[in-house]
Design a protein around this ligand. Structure first.
Ligand SMILES: [Fe+2]
Length: 733
């Protein structure tokens, strides 16, 4: 792992998409001396496979092109709460601190549950766990020495316990206490001297970290109800709840309020409200949760916990190096901000939409930026040596998220405490959102997903001479069906997996208003996500019941914090993908593609035009993704899940290898599945077509590898012919 190392030249933009007239802030970090060059490019192909056209970018004139001074920019992983004391407010000379904790990574270094300090003078007081996981309180004296009280036992992981400490300058006592399932313990020491807490100006309180300046000693786990009482409390008073209830408060932070925000309310009269840094997870079950409520909106008092992680990092908040004013008249498309310094370069994709309210082509591509973001910096478990060889040989993108965990991983990974990562953001360098990045290094095919795999479609459109506009999930979420209305056809790429209710509403609305919709992927419209109300770059995913899951939401934690809605599969939210696209996720295997075979029903004249100019029965037994057009993630037609009765399955895939299995939500027992037929019958991609009553139409491929076949044989093949037939029909007036 390169924990200390950084790729020499990296950047990100404050937005993934923009319209002419809008500004894009570009943030760059370079560990090299001198200046870097910036320029604008159009990205034609992002697949570095030498068997195809390779990575193709086209330089575009731009006002911002030029040199900029190189500088390294920092970032500090780890989430916490910060609360500032108002000017003139001082800590009492005697006080107690308490919090409930649910630690998740004990004995991984010293951890602070609550600390007090100042950005000028540093930390003066830390209640937390020592390196071994023993409860400990430390206070700094004015001579710089530290005094500490330590309990002998190690706290238990993933169990609620009560942690407290008491400080008194007048009596020179410092005590630490712990109450868990193994009883209550208390320890105190006497100190002789003056503590910095009372002698120096303290202005910052941190929960789950220490040192307001650089932030260290991050706590891993849940914290509930951190409180500062304005009196010293001992074990007996703590055990006698009535005395605690009557104790005067200095501050008490209630994490069950304003759960969808980064604000934390202090419920004491002092109003020392806190701010959350690096987006820890809210709407987490607290010590009061008893299973009687599953939704935090119905019993917020059960959800008074925040889960902090030492590796939470989403928005890097780097300074802007230069901004890009998107020129009026810049054609909609897929562009990149190219940074170059010496032998190093980084190309940050930028999706340029048409001017608001305008269409500049008949075809619109919906770019799956929610899915790109959710997969951002996905460190794959199978990352290994073969990646490096292939990357070198193909001059592919050199950096892999598996090598740089400190840049923050994806929602397909775990935090260091083994809890699932449920937040994602593009306001940081995303190694896997770059032209030439390889998702599967071991594969003999191109081994691409997401942005790079979608360029199989866009390079084909360029090659075939189709004009197209580009919009992204963000605009669709914000603007709804109006964004798509008027386009003759709208198409997805290979993997439009993550959606909000608003993006699904917009797509259904477009279809039902007579739009022609092409879904050229697999495992689409699958998970429900939410966008943070304060920062639209941050997306939340709760991996609730069912689905191919990288991790599982804990019991009681299936509702999104960001919007209060039930997370997980759209299928479990009453909107199976079959209802929109006619097909939905059914089976997954290794990254291998098979082929489709035409069905007898495809010869009906309602749909036979799809195969005009194609004599083959077998479609797509070739390709840059898995070696075949039907592979990896397969969707099929299912009436029970909402596929329209009059939809025609025009081709189905076959001959999938033994790695392909049914998705979990299709299984019932170890031997039975929901439809009650042999599993093998359900392991297939259904290429499906239907007309809608309003004159619209839907074409779905049901396979994530479909687009990988388009550029094969220099774009001359039966998948290419087939898609041209569909688009040519869809784009007719
Ligand atoms: Fe996926």
């Amino acid at each position: 792992m390169n924990e200390e190392l950084h790729p020499p030249l990296l950047g990100y933009t404050d937005r993934l998409s923009a319209r002419p007239g809008e500004q894009v802030q570009v943030k760059v970090s370079s560990t090299l001396e001198g200046e870097f060059e910036a320029s604008l490019v159009r990205i034609i192909s992002a697949d570095p496979n030498p068997a195809g056209i390779g990575v193709v970018v086209e330089k575009i004139e731009s006002d911002f092109a030029g040199s900029y001074p190189a500088r390294a920019q920092e970032f500090t992983p780890g989430s916490c709460m910060h609360a500032a004391l108002a000017e003139g407010m001082t800590l009492p000379t005697e006080f107690s601190v308490s919090a409930k904790i649910w630690p998740t990574r004990v004995a991984s270094g010293a951890q602070a549950v609550l600390s007090i300090g100042s950005s000028a003078a540093g930390t003066a007081f830390v209640l937390g766990l020592d390196e071994a996981g023993k409860p400990r309180v430390m206070a700094r004296m004015t001579d710089g020495s530290w005094v500490e009280a330590l309990l002998p036992g190690v706290v238990r992981e993933r169990q609620w316990a009560w942690l407290w400490a008491s400080f008194s300058q007048p009596s020179g006592e410092l005590s630490v206490g712990y109450g868990g399932s193994d009883g209550h313990h208390n320890e105190y020491i006497r100190f002789d001297g003056t503590a910095s807490l009372t002698a120096e100006k303290m202005d910052s309180i941190l929960v789950a970290a220490s040192d307001p300046g650089e932030r260290r000693m991050h706590f891993n786990g849940k914290v509930e109800a951190p409180t500062i009482y304005a009196v010293p409390l001992g074990l007996n008073q703590i055990l006698d709840g009535s005395e605690i209830d009557a104790a005067p408060l200095f501050a008490r932070w209630d994490f069950s309020e304003e759960i969808s925000s980064t604000r934390v309310r202090d419920t004491s009269d002092n109003e020392i409200d806190g701010t959350l840094i690096n987006f820890p997870t809210r709407a987490m079950t607290g010590s009061m949760w008893d299973g009687s409520e599953m939704c935090w909106r119905h019993a917020p008092q059960h959800y008074g916990a925040i889960h902090f992680h030492e590796d939470d990092i989403y928005d890097f908040e780097w300074e802007t190096d230069f901004s890009v004013a998107v020129p009026e008249g810049l054609r909609s498309g897929i562009y990149g901000i190219r940074l170059q310094q010496g032998e190093h370069n980084d190309t940050i994709p930028l999706f340029i939409c048409p001017p608001k309210g305008k269409r500049t082509a008949r075809l619109c591509i919906l770019v799956s930026t929610f899915t790109y973001t959710v997969y951002g910096n996905h460190a794959r478990g199978d990352y290994g040596d073969d990646w490096a060889d292939k990357t070198k040989a193909w001059h592919a993108y050199p950096w892999n998220p598996a090598e740089y965990p400190q840049y923050g991983r994806s929602t397909y990974n775990f935090h260091s405490d083994r809890s699932g990562i449920c937040h994602a953001s593009y306001r940081r360098p995303l190694f896997n959102l770059r032209p030439g990045y390889l998702t599967f290094g071991w594969s003999t095919c191109s081994g691409l997903k997401h942005f790079q795999a979608d360029s199989h479609l866009t390079s084909w459109l360029e090659n075939q001479g189709y004009d197209f506009d580009v919009v992204t999930d963000k605009e669709l979420d914000e603007e709804g069906v109006g964004l798509l209305a008027g386009y003759s056809a709208v198409t997805t790429g290979a993997h439009p997996e993550y959606h909000t209710a608003r993006t699904l509403d917009a797509l259904e609305g477009y279809r039902d208003q007579g739009g022609r919709f092409a879904y050229l992927g697999g495992n689409g419209f699958y998970w429900r996500v939410a966008v943070h109300p304060e920062n639209d770059a941050i997306i939340e995913i709760r991996r609730a019941e069912g689905g191919i899951r990288a991790w599982a939401a804990e019991p009681g934690e299936s509702y999104n914090a960001f919007d209060g809605q039930y997370g997980g599969l759209w299928r479990q939210n009453g909107r199976p993908p079959q209802r929109l696209a006619g097909v939905g996720f059914s089976a997954q295997g290794d990254f291998f593609g098979s082929y489709y075979r035409r069905t007898p029903a495809s010869y009906d004249k309602r749909v036979s035009w799809i195969f005009d100019g194609i004599d083959d029965e077998v479609i797509g037994n070739f390709g840059f993704s898995g070696g075949g057009a039907a592979g990896f993630e397969l969707d099929r037609y299912d009436r029970d899940l909402g596929s329209p009765a009059d939809a025609v399955v025009v081709a189905s895939s076959e001959k999938h290898d033994a790695s392909f299995v049914l998705v979990p939500e299709e299984r019932l027992t170890h031997v039975t599945n929901k439809p009650g037929v042999p599993d093998a019958e359900l392991i297939r991609a259904d290429m499906t077509y239907f007309d809608t009553p309003s004159g619209g139409a839907v074409f779905s491929t049901g396979s994530i590898t479909f687009c990988g076949s388009l550029p094969f044989n220099n774009f001359d093949n039966n998948v290419s012919t087939l898609l041209a037939n569909v688009f040519n029909r869809f784009l007719q007036e």
